[in-house]
Design a protein around this ligand. Structure first.
Ligand code: ZN
Ligand code: ZN
Ligand code: ZN
Length: 257
């Protein structure tokens, strides 16, 4: 079976020939800053993977032994490539569904954000930090703002799934009080609806989203340390991927509400 996939804007397209490995959800700090929440990926031997379009593809060396692939046009988080293995991890959210896959396990769960649990309901909020700091994976984009994050919303729309590589989690923020400590590599992707998404052009880190009406939200995974926030619910579950279940007991909405 051939599994087609792409970034959101289409500047990176690929296909992977099955069978694909079950999906592994990773909660490490790198995956959280790259995706903006946490990352979920399947894996395929390189011999069964083909790039069909790669003019948007950029690579960031995230560790001495691995690189992360993302789209430099839309910022979509796409690949994780270990140097010593002849395989490639593919973001499950980048696959054009249905995938027929399922999440088999969670790894680096101890590094999960304070606002959710890898499985089950989110823990009670931790004491609110007076100042939240955040940024991308490589550190070229850094910001601070008053805490806490408050209510965090998970979005399962097709756009969020393609861009994050899994699904998004973000909280409303006042852009006027956001203090940029560095944004030399900040890039913006404008969607068809006129909304904008901010990401790091060097590492692909997910940072923020600004709707066409100006409302602004920050990716919860971009925050370093406690957010003081808590996941409050799931929106656009009608567009949810087929490879994961929502087991946290929080309210689910087919669309915005
Ligand atoms: Zn793209
Ligand atoms: Zn960066
Ligand atoms: Zn969304």
């Amino acid at each position: 079976m051939i599994h087609p996939g792409s970034c959101h804007c289409g500047a990176v397209r690929f296909e992977a020939e099955g069978p694909l490995r079950p999906v592994i959800a990773c909660h490490c700090t790198q995956c959280r800053r790259t995706s903006g929440h946490y990352w979920a990926a399947t894996s395929v031997p390189r011999a069964r993977f083909r790039l069909l379009r790669e003019d948007g593809l950029a690579w960031f060396r995230s560790s001495p032994t691995a690189r992360r692939g993302f789209c430099r046009c839309c910022g979509a988080s796409l690949f994780w490539a270990p140097e010593v293995e002849d395989r490639l991890a593919l973001a499950a959210g980048s696959l054009d569904g249905p995938t027929g896959l399922s999440v088999s396990r969670h790894i680096h769960s101890a590094d999960a954000g304070d606002y959710y649990a890898p499985e089950g309901p989110p823990p009670p909020p931790v004491p609110a930090p007076a100042l939240l700091t955040g940024g991308c994976l490589c550190g070229a984009c850094r910001f601070a703002l008053p805490g806490p994050a408050g209510a965090i919303t998970a979005c399962h729309c097709r756009q969020c799934r393609k861009l994050s590589g899994h699904y998004s989690a973000s909280f409303d923020a006042d852009e006027a009080v956001l203090d940029w400590l560095g944004r030399d590599a900040l890039a913006e992707y404008v969607t068809e609806s006129g909304s904008r998404r901010g990401f790091c052009a060097r590492c692909g880190g997910s940072l923020w989203f600004r709707a066409a009406d100006g409302s602004f939200s920050l990716e919860a995974g971009a925050i370093l340390g406690p957010t003081g926030g808590r996941l409050a619910g799931h929106i656009f579950v009608a567009e949810k991927g087929d490879y994961y279940e929502l087991d946290d007991g929080l309210p689910q909405f087919a669309g915005w509400d």
